[in-house]
Unconditional design. Structure first.
Length: 99
């Protein structure tokens, strides 16, 4: 959900967000793709270039979610920067047509 105080993404940012959304969750590897897009979490609100692909559970879930107890994050020993690195790598490889 877009905050009403946040600027809308530019055309380039919106294209990047679409690339992020089709990647699997950076934490549990679930979802992604056109049929089951990931949620896009910005590490810094309004900076769309710092976006992480997350499934609903790893984003908003009360036990596993970033905004919850982060149990899955702890199990995988990940923080936001590491999840961002995973997302950036996947977006880069997808843009190049590699996996």
């Amino acid at each position: 959900m877009q905050s009403k105080n946040k600027k809308a993404p530019t055309v380039a940012e919106a294209a990047y967000i679409r690339y992020v959304a089709v990647q699997p969750c950076a934490v549990c590897d679930e979802g992604g793709g056109e049929a089951d897009p990931s949620e896009v979490h910005e590490i810094e609100q309004g900076n769309w270039w710092l976006s992480i692909a997350l499934c609903g559970g790893c984003h908003r879930g009360p036990l596993n979610g970033l905004h919850g107890q982060r149990q899955m994050w702890k199990l995988k020993k990940l923080d936001e920067q590491q999840a961002l690195a995973i997302t950036i790598r996947r977006v880069f490889l997808a843009a190049r047509g590699a996996h």
